[in-house]
Design a protein around this ligand. Structure first.
Ligand code: NAD
Length: 308
């Protein structure tokens, strides 16, 4: 292992490529974009950081999808990001056309790859990639929960002063404002959040996690977050290419888990070489189940705009 190709050399794609070469977890990274010269220029810049930052992973920048052939992992970041006032759901039609062309070409050239989707609306685009590829569900995953859990850890750390390293959070469901941060499955050094935070602080953190992406969009005005999304994409990619068996949240096609089927939805999974090795089912109470229902309803309404 492993050849990793990143399709889309915009903010998220190039940040992911940066994490990929820094981590050294793969043998070659290909960064591809339809805009001529964009990926080539970014990769040239990236490899010139090698002698300074001491990374030596081979990297190729290209506008030719053929250079992605025989990839072990393909990370799809091609698509349009949000602008202020847009929900992730608003992106569905334009990004579905991009994802359709990217996936069709990419899997023809890399029929045995794992697909990691980043393009928003994330769960709907992961579903589209799953359907178009015809791959087993284990080989098509979407990144959302790693980022959302990271945001929740950051906000808890900001509120308590405790190092994020001691903070564990669980966020399930869709990558939208109806995502489900699970307070009962989050802790600080093994202790429940209530030992450190008042109820109203926890509610505020949950709400800020849900709208964390939008908060950044409001500041940036012309695009959306990319440092933490790139780190999250690479966290998942590394679990695959290093065959770590790591438990992380991922959007995957459900066939009855959590009482849901026929959609891609964020759940805890174990990740390794072959993609999803196991889907884990947490025991949820009535309130948590209702939150998952609301989140799945939002995804289904976005999916209804897809033509496949
Ligand atoms: P960006 O505009 O900076 O980059 C997108 C790139 O995709 C552009 O360079 C564009 O030329 C390229 N592209 C478009 N069509 C292509 C095609 N057919 N083949 C190859 N490349 C193509 O946007 P960004 O900020 O990098 O965001 C990319 C996507 O990731 C957006 O949909 C955004 O909403 C999403 N995103 C997801 C998460 C997440 O956690 N899943 C987080 C942030 C952003």
């Amino acid at each position: 292992m492993s050849k990793v190709s990143i399709i889309g050399a915009g903010f998220v794609g190039s940040t992911t490529a940066h994490w990929a070469v820094m981590s050294g977890g793969c043998s070659v990274v290909v960064l591809m974009d339809v805009v001529d010269g964009l990926a080539k220029g970014k990769v040239l810049d990236l490899i010139q950081a090698g002698p300074i930052a001491q990374h030596s992973v081979d990297a190729i920048g290209t506008s030719d999808i053929f250079d992605t052939a025989n990839s072990d992992l393909i990370i799809v970041t091609a698509g349009v990001p949000r602008k202020p006032g847009m929900s992730r759901e608003d992106l569905v039609t334009v990004n579905a056309n991009i994802v359709r062309s990217v996936i069709t070409e990419a899997i023809r050239l890399s029929p045995n790859c794992i697909i990691l989707m980043m393009t928003n609306p994330l769960d709907t685009m992961t579903y589209l990639a799953y359907k178009l590829s015809g791959f087993p569900r284990e080989r098509v995953i979407g990144q959302a929960g790693v980022l959302d859990s990271g945001r929740m850890r950051t906000f808890i750390s900001m509120e308590t002063g405790v190092s994020p390293e001691n903070i564990h959070t669980t966020v399930m469901g869709g990558h939208g404002d109806e995502m489900v941060p699970l307070v009962r499955y989050s802790n600080i050094a093994g202790m429940p959040l209530k030992y450190f935070l008042k109820e109203e602080q926890v509610s505020r953190i949950v709400e800020r996690t849900r709208t964390g992406g939008g908060e950044i969009v409001q500041y940036l005005k012309t695009g959306s977050a990319y440092y933490a999304p790139g780190a999250a994409a690479w966290k998942m990619a590394e679990a695959v290419v290093r065959n770590k068996g790591e438990i992380l949240p991922a959007s995957v096609y459900l066939e009855g888990e959590y009482g849901l089927k026929g959609l891609c939805f964020g759940v805890p999974v174990m990740l390794g070489y072959n993609g999803v090795q196991k889907i884990l089912e947490l025991e949820l109470n009535a309130e948590e189940k209702a939150a998952l229902e609301r989140s799945s309803a939002l995804i289904r309404s976005t999916m209804s705009h897809l033509k496949i």
